[in-house]
Design a protein around this ligand. Structure first.
Ligand code: UDP
Ligand code: MN
Length: 341
């Protein structure tokens, strides 16, 4: 009996050892090794990073504190509470408490004007550089981020190198004319999210830190994402790596196939144009952005997702709870809330 057990254990060890070796050699995928032991392929890569090595900055504003922010906090924020930082334009003691101090008042103006958005992105950089995280990722507050897959995707790239990952919003590169010179480059559109390695971010710092990003934006007359593309591709000669898994609402969200959702990193929506993903779940009236449904589609174990027949009631409860917390002691600073998110 003991002998048979021993033979079985030795056989298991040999199989695991063989698979680890082959995976290391990147020749085969041993499904059971990946799933059963819950080790992603790149675990065997010496430059493997964990969630804790990633800084996720989310640009938001007082205008969306009762709409977009609570939606994120109910959903993907739950998967990376320690790694996500919100960059806004007001002091927000209540959300400060709810996020364990992860709300940053950038002191930038609460306006959509490009230089104010550049101001906020610049502050995100300053914050990231003060940490020792290996990756800086930026997302907008109308993004849903599939956090585990973000990690998987980042692990395809060596954090020790210079990487600029993002999604283009145009088929052709952008051209800017300055002092009779034409600069042609690509940029990762901010609304799909971008990720940058620390080494690259440090190299960018002369053009970004302490409000300099805003100055470069003003000089170019361009938004933060275009300006970052200019700094990285033109000034630092590092090319954008196009990430098909990053999505902004400049694409047709409805065309994304739910069977591939697990392999996507970011999603977005635009309510005015009804550009939302197609996903089963909550009613369209209740979940206009489709992000609650997406969250439950990807992570059905969350309380707000179970049981299915009670979805609406349960999420209403969660919503009520969050809204109650949000309205405690809050005077409505923002007099005119936009009618859409
Ligand atoms: N935003 C901001 N201040 C504003 C308006 C928008 O910081 O006054 C942020 C917003 O929170 C989002 C990003 O800028 O993260 C893009 O805003 P939005 O989605 O409204 O516009 P888009 O450019 O996608 O049409
Ligand atoms: Mn948007």
């Amino acid at each position: 009996m003991a002998g048979r057990k021993l033979v079985k254990s030795v056989r298991t060890l040999i199989i695991i050892g063989y698979c680890s070796f082959m995976v290391q050699q990147r020749e085969v995928t041993c499904g059971f090794l990946k799933a059963g032991l819950n080790l992603p392929l790149s675990r065997f890569n010496k430059n493997y990073v964990t969630l804790d090595d990633i800084f996720i900055g989310v640009k938001t504003t007082r205008h969306y504190e009762q709409t977009r922010l609570p939606l994120i906090m109910q959903t993907w924020y739950q998967l990376a509470k320690k790694q996500i930082w919100f960059f806004t334009d007001k002091d927000d003691p209540l959300n400060q408490k709810l996020t364990n101090g992860h709300m940053v008042n950038t002191k930038c103006k609460a306006s959509y004007e490009y230089k104010n958005l550049c101001c906020k992105t610049g502050v995100e950089y300053d914050y990231f550089l003060k940490t020792n995280k290996k990756w800086f990722c930026h997302f907008d507050d109308d993004n849903y981020v599939n956090v585990p897959h973000l990690l998987t995707v980042l692990n395809r790239y060596n954090y020790d190198d210079y990487w600029y990952l993002g999604q283009t919003s145009m088929d052709t590169p952008t051209t800017i004319e300055k002092h009779n010179s034409l600069f042609t480059f690509r940029f990762g559109t901010g609304g799909a999210g971008i990720c940058i390695t620390r080494n690259l971010a440090v190299k960018m710092s002369p053009f970004v830190i302490g409000g300099r990003l805003m100055a470069v934006c003003e000089y170019l007359g361009s938004g933060d994402d275009v300006t970052l593309g200019f700094i990285i591709e033109i000034l630092l000669h590092t090319k954008l790596t196009v990430m098909p898994e990053f999505h902004s609402h400049l694409e047709n969200m409805g065309l994304l196939n739910p069977n591939t959702f697990k392999e996507q990193v970011s999603f977005s929506y635009e309510l005015e144009t009804k550009n939302v993903i197609n996903v089963p779940g909550f009613s369209k009236d209740y979940d206009r952005t489709r992000f609650l449904s997406l969250h439950c589609f990807l992570f059905p174990h969350f309380n707000l997702c179970r049981p299915q027949q009670n979805w609406n009631t349960r999420s209403e409860l969660v919503n009520k709870d969050i809204n109650r917390l949000i309205s405690v002691n809050r005077t409505r600073l923002c007099k005119k809330l936009p009618s859409v998110l």
